[in-house]
Design a protein around this ligand. Structure first.
Ligand SMILES: O=c1ccn([C@H]2C[C@H](O)[C@@H](COP(=O)(O)OP(=O)(O)OP(=O)(O)O)O2)c(=O)[nH]1
Length: 106
């Protein structure tokens, strides 16, 4: 992608996410950006249960863009947690707080 094709996403980190690293690429070749949960203590999702996970972020996509949230395969393997609505869609006009929906599968 050339520099003039880079999309800029405005992100505001909310107070409860203080200290939580901003989303970033884990490696230079990573296809996706790692998104961390803004939680103060471990969030336990029982098998079959669902939870909305706070990101602590508020963002504004540039016109003509969609943001997709996908599960991390290593996380699914180790913790048996998936996103039931994968890929979760964050619409261009969404101005709330993205909360990926997680599902424990036992
Ligand atoms: O995992 C998700 C998926 C979506 N959203 C937010 C951003 C998105 O822009 C909005 C609406 O999502 P979507 O269009 O997928 O849901 P819907 O069921 O079609 O709409 P609604 O929830 O308004 O009924 O909810 C999240 O926070 N987390």
């Amino acid at each position: 992608m050339s520099d003039d094709a880079v999309a800029v996403i405005e992100v505001v980190r909310l107070p409860h996410a203080h200290g939580v690293p901003l989303p970033s690429y884990a490696t230079e070749g990573a296809a996706g950006i790692d998104l961390l949960a803004a939680v103060s203590e471990p969030l336990v999702i029982a098998p079959g249960a669902r939870a909305l996970v706070p990101t602590g972020l508020r963002l504004a996509l540039p016109p003509g863009h969609e943001l997709q949230v996908r599960p991390r395969s290593g996380f699914a393997l180790r913790h048996r947690i998936v996103l039931p609505n994968s890929p979760g869609t964050i619409d261009e006009d969404f101005r709330g707080y993205p909360t990926p929906l997680k599902n424990g599968f036992g």
